[in-house]
Write a new protein. Structure first.
Lengths: 863, 216
């Protein structure tokens, strides 16, 4: 955090100065470690073993915050008798389908609801469309009425199921899998539990070190389970804090430029599941379910009204028929492979540099070299615009400029100072930026580019009677333009996003004003309220020094300017603060409403004593003590009966590339991970396959303070380039001795995809760890370098292959295996021969197949 | 030595030339000289750490910060990571002259990291591309192209790719209404308003392969 989010880290230091204990767990010692009280080096890719160990410590010592757990989590709910655990099935949950590599989730459900679960076919479709991501703003579907045992003694209740699942994750196992000494691990467990409860809360902070794994979602789930067990959710100083890495990556998820989502986490229509408008709506709102998602029709119709204006009517299902349909995986990695296969004609890159920043750089560049046309919009010349003359494949002969057909348009872009608009930062806060100056030369904003592109497309299609053009011609695209550059107004667009009452023309103040009858519009329901009372709330700048620490009058946070989600949980079931010290939001009986420092995350006048009437659904079905109002059952989930492709509870699997056989289960790696088995996307062998010793080391990558992602915004700047001038690799003194690596000398790293070179930094920041009875060396690299800019070098992402988390289709790029050798890598065509040599030695010959299901008893038969 | 000479010279320029006055001027000069000494000012003034007024030379005292002479200040936000630090962008003669942390921000309290501090260079560097560039198929170098022509060419190509790859329905007649011939990647560095228009336009023309860094 101190390295990649230094200014955010000031609050950790602030907390430390006030007596907080800071613990840092990371494969590499960083500036964060230097300021922490306790630093624990761990093996990359074994975090669920570590976190599962913490869960086991909490449950076996009954350290959970019992009143919170009983009231606000699903601990007491009974799980189906048919459910079988990984502990029973050697690493698989019940319902596994060996052909589709996915689960029939029926047996994972609560008791009596076995018919509700996803069948394996649906589960497969959900994996293809990353449907887990749709749950960012709400819980997955689940009926509310569930048998419970508030004493938590029933062996089928979630609490007991969880306890059995993690019973084997003992401190000994944590030491064996993660390389953390038991006493150090117990110190963390004791500190975390002692600092949680009525009087105290603990915050958990993570970043991409958790998301970029084949079990990334389950890492975060494991953190959430701990925080729920200890009563740290919805309370001040608690929570699970994701440190995201781009100025508006949260915004681009909320108002998604993502294939499977529409604004506000509405799903993109699927050709099979959402053939009709009603099927689409019902799939979102789940008519029998409780919670705010029941009003989905209002959100969906309002979006379609924003898209198609007057042309969207009840008679034509508000234009639903004009929407394109998904049939499967259309994610960025599938696209890149389709580019290599010649299926894609044109590609837009909008402030993104996949030639350096995405996994498997060679696949990215070869894909781009096989397009008809490419449009690159950026501030500076980036590698993704010059792959045809300056990429690594030029030297190897894999790309020859005279033979590369791709037509490339480089369109200079406006910077953040040259346009007005909002970024949504990592705590869901929208902050309006004023425009300082006009963009230079031919640089233009994306707002300009897409408005005028749309205008020209509409002009070109004018008069068409083809059905496919109806949606384009009816599109509401009348944005007034201003100034010499004919720039649309960001405020106009933000107002459209906020939404209007179409009968009065007034801006909406909250999404509860949205109607399902076409009388309201709104381009992203969770952002409704950013123009509350007709005022741009995101532009508010009341100084922090003039407000309390919640600072409600700085910017605007979705939903409804609420800073901490699920903050109903900061009060006890009766609505009283858990303690004076941790007072945040509570029930004021005299006023008959919820009050406090934050906007209450609960219906303002619903008392804690409210119980829903028989047969209630939707918002009415939320009980006065259901703090987790977006969940179908109102509870925080220790156990996820649906919504996850790879299982209801996090389970330790080895990374897709590992030097160890999974010590806990026969099942080696995530059995539902998304793989693309192709000769141009080989995976290094892992046990039980033979030849894993060809790639004997574990590597990870991350950011430097002085550079940003693929370097387009930092390797072009003189100060930053001077501060960090060269690509390097960090190794421990022990690994340096083992491989003959010299400090400041050259080394090269090799995987089945590539060999890259870097300067060697021999440092104690990396420590050899003893794992499962033997020593493992880890090495670390920054991933910022490429062939353009003031400072250039090989790209770490070239080493990485494409294997994805099944829930969200994010690649495993924070852990892999490799070899490291002293000296520079070969150049020219020899480089290809050199990497091929490794593939041959690793048994990655044509027809090679990486096994997905790996029962222990089949180990002897593996090649 | 510089301050005393200066003071004496100033005194000489005065109207009084009597002997007694010379002595007084020299004494005043010594006093001024001592008071002008940074250590003295540091020990006796309001700047005990010697990082502000005490260490200021007459030259630096005479300087004026770009932030003071700016024509206007735009309230902005750092474009790098997702912490969302407040920035103040100082503009003079329609040029960005300085970018500083916004002390009002309850998120950042005026601080910026090395990258945020370098954002003046990000915006004003002469390495920034300001011209549309075009690489024709099988070309070996860039060519210049004017913006309007490029926009027209891109419009042509989008429509051609869409038509060449259009899918009305699947084999069972279920609507697809889309093209798989067009891809897009990017958005995490862009504004919400921009992402909104991007998704709206691409959805309307049937392009679904729209992705950004959140998938990576």
């Amino acid at each position: 955090m101190a390295e990649a989010h230094p200014v955010g880290f000031q609050w950790v230091v602030e907390a430390k100065n006030r007596g907080a204990k800071v613990i840092h767990v990371d494969p590499r010692f960083t500036r964060t470690s230097a300021l922490a009280h306790t630093y624990l080096p761990v093996r990359a890719g074994a975090d669920i073993a570590f976190l599962g160990g913490v869960i086991n410590y909490i449950l076996s010592n009954e350290k959970d915050f019992r009143e919170y757990v009983v009231a606000y989590t699903n601990a007491s709910m009974l799980v189906s008798e048919d459910f079988q655990d990984t502990e029973d099935l050697d690493g698989l949950f019940s319902g596994y389908d060996s052909e589709l590599n996915t689960y029939d989730q029926g047996s994972w459900q609560y008791a009596g609801q076995q018919d509700e679960g996803q069948e394996e076919g649906e589960s497969h479709a959900d994996r293809e469309t990353a449907s887990g991501l749709e749950q960012e703003s709400h819980g997955p579907p689940i009926p509310a009425d569930v048998p419970r045992d508030p004493t938590l003694q029933d062996p089928r209740c979630v609490y007991q199921v969880l306890k059995r699942h993690y019973a084997r994750y003992t401190p000994e196992v944590v030491e064996r899998l993660c390389g953390v000494p038991q006493e150090k691990f117990l110190e963390v467990c004791e500190a975390w539990t002692a600092n949680s409860g009525r009087e105290r809360t603990t915050a958990l902070v993570y970043s991409v070190g958790w998301t970029q794994h084949s079990v990334g979602v389950q890492y975060i789930r494991a953190g959430a389970i701990i925080q729920l067990l200890l009563g740290n959710m919805g309370r001040p100083g608690g929570g699970v804090m994701a440190l995201r890495g781009h100025a508006s990556i949260q915004g681009s998820t909320d108002i998604p430029t993502l294939f499977n989502l529409l604004p506000g986490y509405l799903p993109m229509p699927h050709f099979q599941q959402h053939q009709t408008f009603d099927q689409w709506i019902d799939a979102i709102r789940h008519p029998e379910q409780s919670g705010f998602w029941a009003n989905a029709k209002s959100y969906a119709v309002s979006l379609l009204k924003s898209y198609w204006g007057d042309a969207a009517t009840e008679e034509n299902d508000y234009g639903y028929g004009w929407m394109p349909r998904l049939t499967g995986d259309h994610g960025t990695y599938q696209q890149v492979l389709d580019m290599i296969d010649g299926k894609i004609k044109g590609y837009f890159l909008l402030g993104q540099n996949p030639a350096v920043g995405s996994a498997h750089g060679k696949a990215q560049r070869l894909g781009m070299a096989n397009l008809d046309w490419l449009v690159v919009r950026d501030l500076y010349m980036i590698e993704s615009a010059t792959f045809w003359k300056n990429g690594p494949e030029i030297a190897t002969g894999e790309i020859v400029p005279e033979e590369c057909k791709t037509e490339v348009f480089f369109m200079p872009a406006a910077s953040h100072a040259e346009k007005e608009g909002t970024f949504t930062q990592t705590q869901r806060m929208l902050q309006w930026r004023e425009k300082a100056v006009e963009p230079p030369g031919e640089a233009r904003s994306e707002l300009w580019f897409f408005y005028h592109l749309g205008r020209k497309i509409k002009e070109r299609l004018a008069g068409s009677t083809r059905p496919r053009d109806e949606g384009v011609l009816n599109l509401a695209w009348d944005y007034p333009v201003h100034g010499e550059l004919s720039e649309p107004s960001g405020e106009d667009v933000l107002k459209e996003i906020n939404g209007y009452d179409l009968t009065t023309g007034k801006l909406l103040s909250t999404f509860t004003e949205m109607k399902p009858d076409g009388s309201t519009s709104g381009g992203c329901w969770i952002y409704t309220g950013v123009y509350q009372d007709g005022v741009n709330q995101a532009a508010r700048r009341k100084p922090g020094s003039e407000q309390n620490y919640v600072a409600l009058e700085w910017g605007w946070v979705w939903p409804a300017n609420r800073r901490t989600l699920y903050n109903r949980a900061s009060a006890d079931p009766d609505g009283k603060p858990w303690s004076e010290r941790k007072k945040y939001v509570w029930w004021d009986a005299e006023k008959g409403e919820w009050v406090g420092d934050d906007v209450p995350d609960f219906e303002k006048t619903k008392p804690p004593s409210y119980r829903p009437p028989e047969g209630a659904s939707g918002v009415e079905a939320i009980s006065g003590d259901d703090a987790f109002i977006m969940q179908g059952d109102g509870k925080g989930w220790l156990y996820a009966p649906s919504g996850l492709i790879d299982g209801p509870m996090p389970t330790h699997y080895e990374p897709a590339e590992s030097v160890f056989r999974n010590p806990l289960y026969g099942q080696q790696a995530n059995p539902t991970r998304k793989v693309y088995e192709r000769s141009d996307n080989l995976t290094n062998p892992s046990p039980p396959e033979k030849h894993s010793e060809v790639f004997p080391y574990v590597f990870s990558t991350s950011r430097l303070t002085e550079h940003h992602t693929a370097g387009g915004m930092s390797r072009q700047l003189a100060y930053l380039s001077e501060l960090q001038p060269e690509m390097f690799v960090e190794v421990s003194p022990e690994l340096a001795a083992e491989r003959g690596l010299e400090h400041m000398g050259w080394a090269h790293m090799v995987t089945a995809r590539a060999a890259i070179e870097a300067r060697v930094m021999v440092t104690d920041r990396l420590t050899p760890l003893r794992i499962d009875g033997r020593v493992v060396h880890q090495l670390w690299m920054p991933y910022h370098w490429g062939s353009e800019g003031l400072v250039t070098g090989d790209s770490a992402n070239d080493l990485i292959g494409i294997t994805l988390d099944p829930n969200v289709l994010i690649q495993e790029s924070k852990v892999g295996t490799c070899d490291i050798q002293p000296g520079r890598r070969p150049t020219g065509p020899e480089l290809l021969t050199y990497v091929q040599g490794y593939r041959d030695r690793a048994g990655l010959t044509p027809g090679h197949h990486t096994p997905i299901e790996t029962p222990r008893d089949a180990d002897d038969g593996q090649q | 030595m510089k301050p005393i000479i200066q003071v004496v010279c100033e005194a000489r320029a005065g109207p009084v030339r009597q002997a007694g006055s010379w002595v007084r001027v020299v004494i005043v000069g010594v006093k001024t000289w001592i008071e002008g000494w940074p250590v003295y000012r540091q020990l006796t003034g309001t700047d005990p750490l010697g990082r502000g007024a005490a260490s200021q030379s007459p030259r630096s005292k005479a300087l004026t910060a770009r932030t003071e002479t700016a024509d206007r200040v735009a309230k902005s936000v750092c474009p790098y990571c997702a912490v969302g630090c407040g920035q103040r962008i100082f503009v003079k003669d329609e040029k960005v002259v300085q970018i500083e942390g916004d002390p009002d921000s309850p998120i950042s309290r005026g601080r910026l990291c090395p990258k945020g501090s370098a954002s003046l260079s990000l915006v004003t560097s002469d390495r920034r591309q300001q011209k549309v560039l075009y690489r024709r198929p099988y070309g070996t170098d860039w060519e210049e192209l004017d913006l309007d022509t490029a926009m027209d060419m891109i419009t042509d190509r989008v429509l051609a790719a869409r038509d060449a790859t259009w899918q009305d329905a699947d084999d069972d007649g279920r609507p697809l209404n889309r093209t798989l011939g067009i891809s897009s990647l990017g958005g995490a560095t862009l504004d919400n308003e921009e992402n909104y228009l991007i998704k709206k336009l691409f959805t309307a023309i049937g392009a679904i392969q729209i992705e950004n860094q959140a998938r990576i």
